[in-house]
Design a protein around this ligand. Structure first.
Ligand SMILES: Nc1ncnc2c1ncn2[C@@H]1O[C@H](COP(=O)(O)OP(=O)(O)O)[C@@H](O)[C@H]1O
Ligand SMILES: [Mg+2]
Length: 350
């Protein structure tokens, strides 16, 4: 039997587990512009690729999907180049929308989007625009303050266009830099939907692919708290080593895993990081203890705790808070160390 676990690259189709409610919300819910927040390696790209896949496979869907990864765009020219690349990479989109790359070249990015939308609609479709690595918009807007209001106007065109933006929490800061005269970019995108860890039964189904014994699978579910990347990483290594205890210990001490946590940690706000440290300092603290430790306003503390819980950084049982999973707790206790981007990105872009 081949190792069935996938670590690092996005997953879709039969390799994609869980998230039914979220997929349904995005495709069938009332909102035409959505923001999905998720920690690193929690499955943002996979979610978008699965949306693309589901729509492409469906005979009933009114949408034609386009996946647009904007990482590294830098400015509006970069955004435009990556949009061309997205269209170039997606033959079904070009065919369905009746568009060629030459129809777009040379135009500014908001005009390209308007053209894409017009063509899609003319061909009888709604456009499902799937924007990955949304925090890039912060750099783009710093380089080019006029582009965000223009993008925003297009993203909010209503039923002909449904836009899904994924990012880490970092995108929340985008309006800090925008000039006061323009309306805030996030206004039409909030409240965000949160990408949570998988549910235990979904994680068990994923692990069942490797023919794991129930007891081993349960321990992996427990230690990873269904964080999809950690699940697949541990399952994949265990599949090769057949020694669960050693696999867990090695992963907890592993530089790649530490780098992953370091980079993930850096996407959080200082107050969020502090709160995580306070929870890690003593497992099972309650809200009152965390309020005292953090010194933040109660509403702020509650809001931060809930956001951290939804993203899987923390768990709460009976009012007592602990770190989301065993690996992250070990890393937090050890104390954050500097990381190198390359090591944190297995299968990621250089
Ligand atoms: N729905 C899912 N089902 C199974 N595994 C998943 C799922 N989502 C993510 N993963 C695992 O997490 C890893 C990272 O997923 P990815 O979509 O690249 O995350 P992100 O874009 O948030 O960094 C994948 O390689 C895979 O191991
Ligand atoms: Mg991604």
């Amino acid at each position: 039997m081949r190792n069935p676990f996938i670590v690092g690259s996005f997953v879709r189709a039969e390799n994609f587990f869980g998230r039914e409610a979220l997929l349904r919300d995005v495709l069938e819910g009332p909102r035409n512009s959505l923001w999905v927040v998720g920690a690193r390696r929690l499955g943002k790209t996979s979610l978008l690729k699965q949306l693309e896949y589901l729509v492409q496979e469906s005979a009933q869907s009114p949408y034609v999907p386009l996946y647009w990864d904007i990482q590294g765009a830098g400015d509006s020219r970069g955004l435009a180049d990556l949009l061309i690349e997205a269209v170039e990479d997606c033959e079904p989109f070009r065919r369905q929308a009746g568009i060629a790359v030459e129809d777009l070249e040379g135009a500014p990015v908001h005009e390209m989007l308007a053209t894409l939308l017009r063509r899609a609609v003319r061909s009888g479709w709604r456009l499902l625009l799937l924007i990955d690595e949304g925090e890039e918009l912060i750099s783009v807007s710093k380089a080019d303050p006029t582009v965000l209001p223009r993008l925003r106007r297009i993203l909010q065109k209503g039923p002909e266009l449904r836009a899904v933006v994924t990012s880490t929490r970092r995108l929340a800061r985008i309006d800090d830099h925008s000039p006061v005269a323009t309306s805030p970019f996030l206004a039409g995108l909030i409240p965000p939907l949160y990408l949570t860890p998988l549910l235990a039964p979904e994680a068990m189904r994923l692990l069942a692919r490797g023919g794991l014994e129930e007891r081993d699978a349960q321990q992996i579910v427990e230690r990873t708290a269904c964080h999809p990347f950690l699940l697949q990483l541990i399952a994949s290594r265990f599949f090769e080593s057949h020694d669960l205890v050693a696999t867990m210990e090695q992963a907890a001490a592993d530089e790649m895993v530490a780098n992953f946590f370091s980079f993930d940690f850096q996407t959080l706000e200082a107050t969020e990081r502090d709160l995580l440290r306070h929870v890690a300092a003593e497992a099972g603290r309650d809200r009152a203890a965390l309020l005292t430790a953090s010194g933040l306003a109660p509403e702020r503390t509650d809001e931060t705790l809930q956001a951290l819980r939804l993203m899987g950084y923390l768990t709460e049982t009976g009012g007592r808070w602990s770190v989301g999973n065993w690996f992250f707790e070990r890393w937090l206790r050890r104390g954050p160390a500097p990381a190198t981007e390359a090591a944190a990105e297995p299968g990621g872009r250089p």
